[in-house]
Unconditional design. Sequence first.
Length: 228
Amino acid sequence: MFDNLQAIRAESSRFTATLVGADLDRPVPSCPDWSLGELVEHLGTVQRFWADNVRSGFLDQPTRVRHSPPDSADGLVAWMEESTDVLIAALEDVPDDAPCWTWWGEPRTCGAVGRHQVQEVAVHRWDAEAALGTPAPIEPTVADDGVGEFLEIVIGSAANTLLGSLTLMSDDTDGEWIVGDQRGPSTVVRASASDLVLLLYGRLVPSDVVVEGDTVLIEDLLRTGETD
């Protein structure tokens, strides 16, 4: 197991390192509506949003504070670094079991927020690197937890509405996850943990991984879990 805060710090540092000297107007193919600068604004705003909610402790509705990123490229990179500092400080100051509003429902805790923010920054770090060249895979231990978190939390019980049994198997972490109706047809998807996470988050497509059986089940799962 890994430390969520260390993982957030490491992936955020890699994200900002990618930005140094980069053209922030460059499009991000895996986020087709955004430029690289807009991706930075998104991730920095997200980290500050969750820091605000972790500190507020409200369960019934999100805490929304307006955060305005700077206009200059240099200022935006520094603002992104500060956003990570703000998030990590909040997660350090508040116990993991403290209450926090979440868009996914249960568990509504600060620890669950920290766990999800690892995947948020890891996937967007991959997006940034993909916009500029060849992206590095997500670290296996981080990605392995990301598959489980996506299936357990992001999709949750909706994964069990699949009309068949879908097994995701990681060939570099020995992770194995089974969702759906065990009485129906079965499909097995094999890939690295990183590629499984990127598949679940829509960065890869089924043809990028090994699919044994009908692709309909994995396509249905991906539609269920569509997210940024």
